[in-house]
Design a protein. Structure first.
Length: 496
């Protein structure tokens, strides 16, 4: 994938994409705002969710070992995957052991992250997505562009054309006279998927949460297709990021209130499926849990960046982000688009790649993402933190080993500007003379920056320099300098 600026330059010129995104995100965020406003204690719930996540991350090793013991005691088997490649090898081998060549899948961000479908295909195993939006993406040979609504970039007529053209190649074809009515599209998908549900022997899922005290996994959804995958196959394989664990059922209660209102603007999820190991005569006979690291412990080692691991994948930050609304999810080059992707992807993959180094800059830092995050992730803070890492380099943890990154290329001007600003703020006299010089020469200032600054000023005017600096105004109107007032310890010095 290209760096975000190049990808966004293409997607922002797609008028249909922008119209689809604007319509969908505005509708979702308005509904969410109304759903959240119904709760008087939303702020307290949000704080409680953040506190539980932070407490869990501080003792993540303990809770993961507790989870493994509970899953094993309930008849399941736990596998540990250090990275995407290992996770894919484990799942591929487990499917191959069953002798099956087809699997049905519950919507899963973790398996998108690892590229599991492609890995299975290389082994001759075909994976069928059963979430409606994921089905649209798969049939269209496309990539997801939203965490909650992967096909948000498609409208109804596009979906109808995809169903007519592609369904027959994957199974039951769409009706010849299929229209773009939502009811007809949903019925075509239901009939197409029903054959897969009834014939599949292996199901693959992720999980929204894992309860350490009982070894229970939880999937929340709106359609019911996930429950079909979780209950009908003989073998169930769940691939889950290690950060999805919560200590107790009491902790889970908090997130089952936060997640539906923030994601689908519902008071509760229509389908909340839980399973604990295996039970004779009820559900799959074999259950495997693959715990995925893939850079998560590296993020955990970062005292600022680790808050990204609180994320419960609600997608609220995408729906309020002006950058996402205009650029779309594909420009982020990751299964995690939008503001959360801009901080999560560089931590999971590192910032050495061109794409990953560009993502922390894919934001206006307006702060809307932090305001709506149900677990209070301060995304702007992490973005600035990662920008510093890209521009300055420094010590980081990579695959568990402490190392020192070199500054990324292309940021020499930024570093020079920051050093100049540091010197100026450390030398008040020089700062004062510089402000006076800028004021006296303001008539000659250009409206656009030259050289590397041209891209920044192409779409915005440079702020006008005032005729008089604040310090000079204060001295003229109050009859004293800010420095003198500061030495006297008076209130005027404190104001400045």
């Amino acid at each position: 994938m290209p760096a975000f600026p190049r990808a966004a330059a293409v997607s922002t010129r797609d008028a249909r994409l922008r119209a689809n995104l604007a319509h969908a995100t505005r509708a979702i965020r308005d509904k969410r705002a109304r759903a959240v406003a119904e709760l008087d204690d939303w702020a307290q719930l949000r704080a409680a969710g953040a506190a539980v996540k932070d407490r869990t991350l501080r003792r993540l090793d303990h809770y993961l070992e507790q989870l493994e013991a509970a899953v094993t005691a309930a008849g399941g088997r736990v596998h540990w995957a250090a990275d995407a490649g290992e996770a894919n090898r484990i799942v591929t081998a487990l499917v191959a052991e069953t002798g099956e060549r087809e699997v049905v899948k519950v919507k899963s961000m973790a398996t998108q992250e690892t590229g599991l479908n492609d890995a299975l295909a290389r082994a001759g195993i075909r994976a069928y997505e059963t979430d409606l939006a994921e089905l649209i993406v798969q049939l269209g040979g496309d990539l997801p562009s939203h965490i909650l609504v992967p096909a948000i970039h498609r409208n109804r007529s596009e979906i109808r054309d995809i169903f007519r053209r592609e369904m027959g190649r994957w199974g039951r074809p769409a009706p010849e006279e299929l229209s773009d009515s939502p009811a007809e599209l949903a019925e075509a998908a239901r009939l197409h998927l029903r054959e897969k549900f009834l014939s599949a022997k292996v199901g693959i899922s992720g999980a929204n949460f894992m309860v350490a005290e009982t070894g229970t996994l939880v999937v929340v959804e709106s359609e019911g297709n996930g429950r079909m995958c979780l209950t009908l196959p003989e073998t169930l394989i769940s691939v889950v990021g290690i950060e999805k664990v919560v200590p107790t059922w009491q902790d889970l209660e908090i997130f089952l209130q936060l997640l539906p209102r923030s994601s689908t603007a519902e008071r509760m999820n229509p389908y909340t499926s839980t399973w604990t190991g295996t039970t004779d005569g009820d559900g799959p006979r074999t259950f495997h849990l693959v715990l995925l690291d893939n850079g998560r412990t590296d993020a955990l080692a970062d005292s600022v960046g680790r808050q990204a691991l609180r994320c419960i994948r609600c997608s609220a930050c995408l729906n309020v982000c002006p950058v996402y609304e205009r650029a779309g999810g594909h420009a982020y080059g990751s299964p995690y688009p939008g503001p959360i992707g801009a901080i999560l992807t560089p931590q999971l993959r590192g910032v050495q790649g061109e794409l990953e180094a560009s993502l922390p800059y894919a934001s206006s830092l307006c702060g809307a993402c932090y305001e709506v995050c149900p677990v209070a992730i301060d995304i702007p803070e992490v973005l600035v933190h990662l920008r510093e890492r890209v521009a300055e380099g420094g010590p980081v943890t990579v695959r568990g080993t402490r190392t020192v990154l070199r500054p990324a290329g292309g940021h020499a001007a930024e570093r020079a500007a920051m050093r100049a600003a540091t010197w100026a703020f450390d030398h008040p006299g020089g700062l004062r003379r510089g402000m006076r010089l800028a004021a006296r020469t303001r008539r000659f200032h250009p409206r656009r920056l030259p050289g590397p600054g041209r891209a920044w000023s192409r779409t915005r005017d440079l702020p006008a320099v005032p005729a008089e600096s604040f310090r000079d105004w204060w001295q003229r109107t109050r009859g004293t300098s800010s420095e003198t007032s500061g030495r006297r310890g008076g209130t005027e010095g404190e104001v400045t």
